[in-house]
Design a protein around this ligand. Structure first.
Ligand SMILES: Nc1ncnc2c1ncn2[C@@H]1O[C@H](COP(=O)(O)OP(=O)(O)OP(=O)(O)O)[C@@H](O)[C@H]1O
Length: 539
């Protein structure tokens, strides 16, 4: 299929003068455009009429069903002009994908996640109320409005949308589909891995996966090796997706995220989701975290509140005493705060008594970027100080890696990372550890390779997955073997791209290890990485 970025478009289509390109997909390109008579600015989605996947003709039928809904773009005009099929719709702002990438593709804060949850659930509820499924929920298809509507998330791209109610309001039948329609990252397990027909539950599951993605350093596990380039890689991705348990995907996050995914997966094919319930749950979560007006998406997000209003910090059986995401949110918020003496005197920030007499220093130390003041944070409980200390050090190294300008600096940072891991009692690679690997990877990879378009899937036959087995963890000897192979490749690596790939492979390997534990071999790999970075010259 032709890539739209290579197609040359005329200066005018219909009554619209084409301006800046806004985005380009597999089947069309979208431009900022101006109406020649009224001057109205619109987004013009243009496709050649003879394209293999003429989604505009399909979208043209879907848009009228959705007009008038909050967060549904208005379709102002559509038609065919010579060899061009066009749709003129509301001009909107950045996609969540773009915002997320611009933010360094690290984790989003919990407030933003809650407001995406609340709005996405509402958008899907509205679409479903009009008898339509989106079937391609992903970050690139959620865009914010232009000011003053930049707090509203809009759904775009109805190229895969489908009616699930017929004209007699009868629900479509559940069957095994011959081809897969959706996207690799966020399509539900039932649709993507089991070849089932999409229904309302699957749109919602995509939303649940999207939320977990933005809250997980490095994203959902199956997104970390990039877009699968062949069937074998795609089958691997599906196995990984199918085998991932909600409790693992949501480890360390407030329970709402795990429960929401479980809920979506528990729904029957024709069942109407309880949208209001889940909206309320995310509202309440935001309130508990001290965030106000969470139904409004604010970007960049306001600083995280210094102390959650009423969120109980009950430990969950499978995690440490304090939700990682809360700590991450706190760190992010604090990092953004312009701290001055007054704010340091705020009583809510850590009980200094608790930490000053701790021989190892503090709970968390964060230096103000310019440098002199230090914020001391304690969770106010008998918190795992070592854990926080390790986390804070890794967070700093991650920031440093993100700013490193050459391989020598990265080498030093990586060596420091190894040191932190060695100093720690626990050998688990934590979320912060994965975020570090992610930052290292990002620095080494060609951004245009690493920052992959989230949607590359279209249709494909997917039958063999029924025979797939759910993957287990790698056996230790297998992991050793793979690590050895990685180390051999590392010793030969000549460029940053190869190093980036090895970092990604290493991350995947550890992710699949029992308890995400780092063995001596894995530490040795990281040490060799630091050494190799000294040698490989950046190109
Ligand atoms: N109404 C709009 N206002 C502003 N930008 C838009 C608008 N519609 C689309 N875009 C931009 O163009 C990009 C591509 O749009 P869209 O997803 O509709 O096209 P597509 O050809 O189906 O792309 P893909 O195949 O990648 O999904 C979006 O991610 C967004 O950044």
């Amino acid at each position: 299929m032709s890539n739209m970025s290579n197609v040359s478009f005329p200066p005018q289509i219909g009554n619209y003068l084409l301006g800046q390109p806004l985005g380009s997909g597999v089947s069309g390109s979208t431009f900022r455009a101006t109406h020649i008579h009224t001057g109205q600015a619109v987004a013009l989605k243009v496709q050649p009429v003879d394209i293999s996947y003429p989604t505009n003709t399909h979208e043209r039928k879907i848009y009228p069903l959705l007009q008038g809904g909050v967060g549904m773009p208005t379709l102002w005009a559509s038609g065919v002009w010579g060899r061009w099929d066009y749709l003129a719709m509301d001009l909107l702002g950045s996609s969540l994908d773009r915002l997320y990438r611009k933010a360094g593709k690290n984790v989003m804060d919990l407030r933003s996640a809650c407001s995406i949850a609340i709005q996405l659930i509402s958008r899907l509820e509205f679409m479903h109320s009009r008898g339509v499924l989106h079937r391609d929920v992903q970050l690139g298809n959620c865009v914010i409005g232009l000011e003053p509507r930049n707090g509203t998330i809009y759904m775009i791209d109805f190229g895969f949308a489908k009616r699930y109610l017929d004209h007699k309001q009868k629900h479509i039948a559940n069957r095994t589909e011959r081809s897969f329609i959706g996207n690799y990252w966020f399509s539900s397990v039932n649709v993507h891995c089991r070849g089932k027909t999409c229904s309302r539950r699957d749109d919602l599951e995509s939303a649940a996966l999207l939320l977990l993605h933005v809250l997980t350093p490095g994203g959902l596990p199956w997104t970390r090796s990039g877009v699968p380039r062949d069937d074998v890689a795609h089958d691997r991705l599906k196995r990984e997706k199918r085998g991932a348990l909600p409790e693992d995907l949501a480890r360390g996050l407030p329970e709402e995220f795990e429960e929401f995914l479980r809920y979506c997966r528990s729904l029957n094919f024709t069942q109407q989701p309880d949208y209001a319930h889940w909206r309320k749950r995310f509202h309440d979560l935001a309130n508990d975290l001290g965030c106000t007006h969470a139904d409004k998406f604010i970007w960049p997000p306001p600083p995280a509140p210094l102390r959650p209003a009423s969120r109980p910090t009950k430990p969950r059986s499978h995690q440490s005493q304090f939700p990682d995401a809360y700590v991450a949110g706190l760190l992010q918020g604090l990092a953004r705060l312009n701290i001055n003496k007054e704010s340091l005197n705020r009583p809510v920030l850590g009980d200094k008594k608790n930490v000053q007499d701790n021989g190892r220093g503090m709970g968390l130390l964060l230096k103000k970027p310019e440098g002199t003041e230090i914020i001391v944070i304690s969770d106010g409980e008998q918190g795992p100080v070592h854990r926080y200390n390790k986390a804070a050090r890794i967070v700093k190294l991650t920031q440093a890696a993100g700013q490193a300008a050459d391989n020598r600096v990265l080498a030093q940072i990586t060596a420091n990372f190894v040191k932190v891991l060695q100093d720690s009692n626990s050998r688990t690679l934590t979320r912060e550890g994965f975020a570090f690997l992610d930052a290292l990877h990002k620095q080494l990879a060609d951004p245009s390779v690493f920052i992959i378009p989230l949607r590359t899937s279209k249709t494909r036959s997917s039958r063999s997955q029924e025979e797939e087995e759910i993957p287990g963890e790698d056996a230790p000897h297998e992991r050793r073997n793979r690590l050895n192979i990685l180390r051999t490749s590392l010793a030969k690596a000549q460029d940053n791209k190869t190093l980036a790939r090895l970092v990604a492979d290493f991350g995947t390997l550890i992710d699949r290890a029992a308890g995400r534990k780092l063995t001596k071999d894995s530490i040795a790999f990281l040490e060799s990485m630091a050494d190799r970075l000294q040698v490989v010259v950046q190109v």
